[in-house]
Design a protein around this ligand. Structure first.
Ligand code: ATP
Length: 365
């Protein structure tokens, strides 16, 4: 168990700056997600925490001790890779016990530990099987077994479910989260899959181009994105952006777009020029009477809901409505937004304006 504190962490590869200046704290026992698109620096960050890569500058504290320049072997961290390599010539039991035997642990103790890990993972019945013929899920469990048997201070996982097909992946994600809840070990998990991050994480760091865009609990990141990048990266369909030129006045709970007033959470910051009203699809309501109007260009039936694509004077947006609502392409519809869920962004910087609703979230972001 360990608390991990990252301060001003930076990594350069030659002239290329892969991680700019990251600071965040991973609480003891947290399941912590590093999320972002390919190349954003999440694996590099994970490798620096594990000691597989040394930072160019900045500090890494594990349980209060600065370990940034120490090798992996001195950090007591277990790494679980996507391409989990097992020793093919050994059976399951030997694969799991190997780290303990190489530490010189007495045989009886090893046996006890392996039995305990096998019970936690539900793989007691395959302990004597060769690893060659195992299913993907069982191979993953054995790889996890080999990592957890050492009882390290923390686990680092780099897209561990990346190689599995969608259905099985979801099952393993649940299993991994349940395993974490039973063991309570600090886990840092890299993924580019926002759903996986939302589903499993206690906290999420969203990275882009080596920069932390936001850091917080999944719900805050979904409801109150700090930047347009986060608003678009999280959620499917992503947050809608209605673009307009105008003034956002501090102290007001509304903005004017195309001559219509739209309620927003009380603004703490003002801005003028190109602005963006950010609205999640489930907060767009079709209403006959609403004066702000658009034209339906497509509907997509999803079973319990449907996604309606609407052309508005401020760009195309998507609404998530009940599947029973009868909406057809070509129709002219009125649009209303839930005022207390809207985020206003400055278009040029992509940064959310502070408001009564999001300032708590942006403050620790
Ligand atoms: P992916 O999911 O594709 O691995 P990532 O967010 O984990 O993406 P990193 O692997 O951390 O990204 O890489 C960040 C950037 O640093 C990338 O542009 C990558 O090409 C570069 N990079 C990573 N390792 C090295 C290296 N050893 N030498 C040079 N450049 C590197």
């Amino acid at each position: 168990m360990a608390e991990i504190v990252i301060k001003n962490l930076r990594k350069d590869f030659g002239d290329f700056n892969a991680v700019k200046s990251s600071s965040f704290t991973i609480g003891d026992g947290e399941f912590f997600m590093l999320l972002g698109p390919s190349g954003c620096g999440k694996t590099t960050t994970l490798r620096m925490i594990a000691g597989l890569e040394l930072p160019t500058s900045g500090e890494i504290y594990i349980d209060g001790e600065e370990v940034g320049q120490r090798p992996a072997s001195e950090r007591d961290i277990a790494f679980v890779f996507q391409m989990f390599a097992l020793y093919p010539h050994m059976n399951v039991r030997k694969n799991i016990s190997y780290p303990l035997i190489s530490q010189g642990m007495p045989r009886a103790k090893v046996k006890e530990k392996v039995a305990e890990v096998a019970r936690i993972l539900g793989i007691e019945d395959i302990l004597d099987r060769p690893v060659g013929g195992l299913s993907g899920g069982d191979r993953q469990r054995v790889a996890l077994g080999r990592a957890i048997v050492r009882e390290p201070k923390a686990f680092m996982m780099d897209e561990p479910l990346g190689a599995l097909d969608a259905e099985f992946r979801e099952h393993m994600a649940e299993e991994l989260r349940a395993l974490h809840d039973r063991m309570g070990a600090t886990t840092v998990y890299v993924t580019h899959d926002q759903l996986e991050a939302m589903q499993m994480g206690d906290k999420i760091v969203v990275m882009n181009h080596g920069v932390i865009e936001q850091f917080g609990v999944p719900q805050d990141i979904y409801d109150w994105p700090a930047t347009m990048f986060v608003a678009e990266f999280i959620g499917s369909p992503p947050m809608n952006f209605l673009r307009f030129d105008g003034v956002a006045e501090a102290g007001r709970g509304s903005v004017q777009m195309n001559g219509h007033d739209f309620l927003v959470p009380d603004l703490r910051d003002g801005a003028k020029g190109p602005l963006v009203l950010g609205v999640r699809p489930e907060h767009v309501h079709l209403s006959e009477a609403a004066p702000y109007r658009g034209k339906v260009i497509a509907t997509e039936y999803l079973g319990t809901t449907q996604i309606v694509t609407i052309k508005t004077p401020n760009g195309e947006i998507k609404a998530r409505t009940g599947s029973e609502a009868s909406v057809n392409a070509g129709e002219n519809v009125g649009l209303e937004f839930n005022g207390n869920t809207v985020t206003v962004f400055e278009a040029n910087t992509g940064i959310a304006l502070r408001s009564a609703a999001n300032e708590r979230v942006l403050a620790h972001g």
